[in-house]
Each structure stands twice: as structure tokens, then as C-alpha cells.
Design a protein around this ligand. Structure first.
Ligand SMILES: *[C@@H]1O[C@H](CO)[C@@H](O)[C@H](O)[C@H]1NC(C)=O
Ligand SMILES: *[C@@H]1O[C@H](CO)[C@@H](O)[C@H](O)[C@H]1NC(C)=O
Ligand SMILES: *[C@@H]1O[C@H](CO)[C@@H](O)[C@H](O)[C@H]1NC(C)=O
Ligand SMILES: *[C@@H]1O[C@H](CO)[C@@H](O)[C@H](O)[C@H]1NC(C)=O
Ligand SMILES: *[C@@H]1O[C@H](CO)[C@@H](O)[C@H](O)[C@H]1NC(C)=O
Ligand SMILES: *[C@@H]1O[C@H](CO)[C@@H](O)[C@H](O)[C@H]1NC(C)=O
Ligand SMILES: *[C@@H]1O[C@H](CO)[C@@H](O)[C@H](O)[C@H]1NC(C)=O
Length: 411
């Protein structure tokens, strides 16, 4: 079975790295300043929106707030050159995880940083940290999912770092859950580690297979989101791991288990059912009143092999839309996410819940040049186990996920 070779090395990054102590210190130092300059004055939100074409600088945002184009489909477009990018570097942002700190680990070409996403027929407003913090003042945002959820969270923290670093207010006893506070705006970002979204058990001494309880949401997040304002589901790649599927506590099938009399239902089955279960669980939370967002499947870009046999991603430029096509397996996963999300949205609407899609898949499909390749995973130990063509360099094209977030939050 071919799919097995797509199993991805996500065990790399199981837990959130501790935010450097420096960061805490800086948050304390910056706090009074940021409060005065960025968060105490809401009046600029009341200004009429001018029709100028881009935000010029952070110090002068009040005169350049851009209206978002609600009719525009931001998910389809092309990457165009942007000489102003990047908007942060590894020198200005301290929260880049080693695995994604590509420039630090010697990535020689910088051209991949000089692009922006231009949707067909409109401009995507570039992330503005000051305005973002105004929009989310007093709110709580949670990322739920795998290491790509963390990739987006770290991008968000870097984009916000021009204004403020957060303070870690996590419960130290809970490694799968972190919470960061932007004190000046009382905005929190949380992350819940849940790579299958549903209850799961690791392989153990008896088996090399994961156990997935496809109809039981992972309580690590599902019991803790009641009072949150925004949830971003960000998941998908772990389903390629060989696993046994349980529903109603009974074995119903597997993915690549090669066990006699157990039907191989493939990862498409577990992935779809897990998404359905997770979204249903949210819709059934009696006290949840937040907004649910889905950051759709993040394509990988191994060429000349898979992750475990020398595959790599060495391109230095984006594709044009007509130069590539998603591989079928990833397309099916993407489609299942969109379908399950749309179904859940219909259900959620009945009780007044908002579901908004951040469909970044096509944009990222066109960025084979955005992954760490050998300048990431364990490069700091001078060991390259795999070429990482799954996660995304920071800074890099993944920053567009937060442009999407900024857009979607204001719809
Ligand atoms: C903002 O920047 C623009 C263009 O640089 C300038 O014309 C304008 O005067 C600035 N506004 C403020 C309030 O500084
Ligand atoms: C940032 O990247 C440069 C290489 O461009 C490297 O020399 C430096 O150590 C890095 N700094 C940090 C803080 O990551
Ligand atoms: C901060 O926001 C939380 C909700 O996220 C709210 O419960 C709390 O009262 C707020 N604190 C302040 C000081 O406004
Ligand atoms: C921290 O975690 C422990 C153990 O899971 C739990 O008992 C406690 O209530 C948590 N505290 C907070 C403030 O979440
Ligand atoms: C598989 O099913 C067949 C027919 O039901 C049965 O004869 C056989 O013993 C089963 N094998 C195992 C390993 O359970
Ligand atoms: C893709 O489109 C561009 C611009 O329209 C064109 O210049 C290019 O030749 C096309 N490439 C392919 C492979 O069709
Ligand atoms: C990293 O490993 C390579 C090959 O094993 C070696 O040539 C090089 O000197 C090492 N670099 C450092 C900084 O240790």
C-alpha cells in the first residue's frame, strides 16, 4: 500500500518549546508602552476607511486602515513579488522554534521571503499587528491540532512581536496545553496538542499501531474550550500513521495495519470521521459561544522520494497556479475537511455559532520553496534526519495564514 510511505515524521515536535525567559522579561518591559500607544485608544476604529491600496507602516496605521473585500474569494490567486517582505526576521522575533528557523541554520537563498499572496480580483490586506490586537481585545483564541497549528501560532506571535510579546500563563503541569497572554489587550492565545482531534493511544510494546477512538473527541481540548472566543482547527497529517479504528468501543477497521480480518478502511475514513466527531463535539457544547475556524490542509512538497527515502524540497520560487496540481491523496483530505466543515457550519448556524474557513491550501500548494528542507529539523544539532518538507520556515509563506486569519476575523 503506497499511502504508508506518506507517513510523516511528526513525532519530531511533540510539545511546545518553552518560550525563552527573555520573552517574559521583554513583555514586562514593553507592557506599559504598548498599553499607552497601541491599546488604550480605540478611536481609530471609528475613522472612515480610506481606499488607499496598502498599509505603509506600523507607526502610521490609523490613517491607513484598509477595508476588507467581503465578496472576494481569498483562497484563489497567485504569489506576486513583494519587495517589502519579510515583515520580521529571526533577529526581531525571538519566538521562532529552532526547527523552523531556516535562515539561522544556513538557508542561503532569501528570495523565498519576497512574495505576497494576491487573490484573484482583490488585495489581501496585510496583517497589521496594532489593528489585529484591537480586533481581538479581551478575546481568547485557541489553536487545536498538530505541529502545523504551532507553526501558525509562532508566526502569529512573530507578526505581533512588533507591538508586544505575550506572557506565558500556562499551567505548567499540563504539557499539551499552553496559554499566552497579551496583557495590554487582555488577549490570550492557547494551543492544544491533539494531532488526531479524537481520543488516541500511542503505539506501545505490543503494537506499532496507533489506536484511534473515532467517535470520541479528544478531551484534552474538547472539555476546555467552553469559554473561548475563537477556535482554529489545524490538523490532518497524522492520519497517515498506521492505526486501528474504534467506534462505539468496537474495532471497526484500520489504516495500514495488515492484521488478518481487519478491514483497511484507509486514512481517508479515519480523517473524515475524526473531523466530523470534533466538529460535532463543538456544536454540542452547551456553553460554547465562540467562532470556529478551519485552517485547511497544508500540502507537503517532497520531490524525488518521500520523507523517509531522500525526498526533498529544494525549489527557491513559488509555482504559478498553472504549474502544479495537488496530489490526489492530499486533495481528498482537503475536500473531506471542507465538506465536514460545511456540514458542521449548517448545524452550528441553527444555534447561532459562526464557522469560518481559512482555505489556505491552494496558496500553500504553490509554495514548494517555503519548507525548512535540511535547514530545520535538528539542524542545530548538526543532524539531518529527514528533509522537512511539511512544516514552514519562519518568516516565510506560512505568515499568510495570519493574513487569512486577520481577514476572516473581520468578515
Ligand atoms: C501616514 O503616512 C502617509 C504616507 O507616508 C502620510 O502622507 C501621512 O501624513 C501619515 N499620517 C500620519 C497621521 O502620520
Ligand atoms: C539569525 O540568523 C543569522 C543568520 O542570518 C544567525 O547568524 C543568527 O545567529 C540568528 N539569530 C537568532 C537569534 O536566531
Ligand atoms: C480578560 O478577558 C477575560 C475573557 O477572555 C475576562 O474574563 C477577564 O475579565 C478580562 N480581564 C480584564 C482585566 O479585563
Ligand atoms: C492545572 O493542572 C492541574 C492538573 O491537570 C489541574 O488540577 C489544575 O486545576 C490546573 N489549574 C489550572 C489553573 O488550570
Ligand atoms: C478470520 O475470519 C475467518 C472467517 O470468519 C475465520 O475462519 C478466521 O479464523 C479469522 N482469522 C482470524 C485471525 O481471526
Ligand atoms: C502559466 O501562465 C503564465 C501566465 O499566464 C504563462 O506565462 C506560462 O507560460 C504558463 N505556464 C504553463 C506551464 O502553462
Ligand atoms: C556538521 O557535520 C558535518 C558532517 O558531519 C561536518 O563536516 C561539520 O564540520 C559539522 N559542523 C559543525 C558546526 O559541527
Amino acid at each position: 500500500m503506497k499511502l504508508h510511505t506518506k507517513q510523516l515524521p511528526f513525532g519530531w515536535l511533540t510539545n511546545l518549546q518553552t518560550i525563552p525567559k527573555l520573552l517574559l522579561l521583554s513583555a514586562t518591559l514593553l507592557l506599559p508602552l504598548t498599553f499607552i500607544f497601541f491599546c488604550s485608544n480605540k478611536s481609530f476604529l471609528l475613522l472612515p476607511y480610506p481606499s488607499s491600496s496598502r498599509i505603509i507602516s506600523d507607526s502610521n496605521t490609523s490613517s491607513s486602515i484598509l477595508e476588507i473585500d467581503r465578496e472576494c474569494d481569498i483562497s484563489r490567486g497567485e504569489w506576486v513579488q513583494d519587495s517589502d517582505a519579510p515583515y520580521y526576521t529571526n533577529m526581531t522575533c525571538w519566538t521562532i522554534q529552532e526547527h523552523q528557523n531556516c535562515i539561522k541554520y544556513g538557508r542561503p537563498d532569501m528570495g523565498f521571503l519576497k512574495w505576497k499572496w494576491r487573490p484573484n480580483g482583490c488585495e489581501l490586506v496585510h496583517f497589521d499587528p496594532t489593528q489585529f490586537l484591537e480586533v481581538v481585545r479581551g478575546k481568547s483564541l485557541a489553536f487545536v491540532g498538530d505541529s502545523l497549528a504551532r507553526n501558525q501560532m509562532q508566526s502569529l506571535m512573530c507578526l505581533l512581536s512588533k507591538v508586544e510579546y505575550p506572557k506565558d500563563i500556562s499551567n505548567a503541569t499540563d504539557e499539551n496545553f499552553k496559554r499566552m497572554l497579551y496583557s495590554s489587550c487582555n488577549f490570550t492565545i492557547s494551543i492544544f496538542w491533539s494531532p488526531f482531534l479524537v481520543k488516541s493511544e500511542d503505539p506501545n510494546d505490543q503494537t506499532t499501531l496507533w489506536t484511534l477512538y473515532l467517535d470520541e473527541p479528544d478531551e484534552a481540548w474538547s472539555t476546555k474550550i467552553d469559554d473561548l472566543d475563537y477556535i482554529i482547527i489545524s490538523d490532518g497529517n497524522w492520519f497517515s500513521r498506521p492505526s486501528m479504528f474504534y467506534e462505539n468501543k468496537k474495532l471497526v477497521g484500520c489504516h495500514f495495519c495488515q492484521v488478518p480480518n481487519v478491514t483497511d478502511l484507509t486514512l481517508h475514513y479515519s480523517h473524515r470521521v475524526a473531523f466530523r466527531t470534533a466538529l460535532k463535539a463543538i456544536n454540542r457544547l452547551p456553553n460554547f459561544k465562540g467562532m470556529v475556524m478551519l485552517r485547511t490542509l497544508s500540502p507537503s512538497h517532497f520531490e524525488n522520494g518521500e520523507w523517509n527515502n531522500g525526498g526533498n524540497c529544494v525549489r527557491t520560487k513559488p509555482f504559478r497556479g498553472n504549474e502544479t496540481k495537488m496530489e490526489e491523496m492530499e486533495f481528498k483530505l482537503y475536500r473531506a475537511q471542507v465538506e465536514e466543515f460545511e456540514k458542521a457550519k449548517t448545524e452550528g448556524l441553527k444555534r447561532g455559532l459562526e464557522f469560518r474557513m481559512m482555505d489556505t491550501t491552494q496558496a500553500m500548494l504553490l509554495r514548494p520553496d517555503g519548507h525548512p528542507s535540511r535547514y530545520g529539523h535538528r539542524a542545530h544539532e548538526n543532524v539531518t534526519l529527514y528533509n522537512d518538507c511539511v512544516h514552514w520556515c519562519l518568516p516565510g509563506p506560512v505568515d499568510v495564514w495570519n493574513d487569512f486569519l486577520f481577514h476572516v476575523l473581520r468578515l
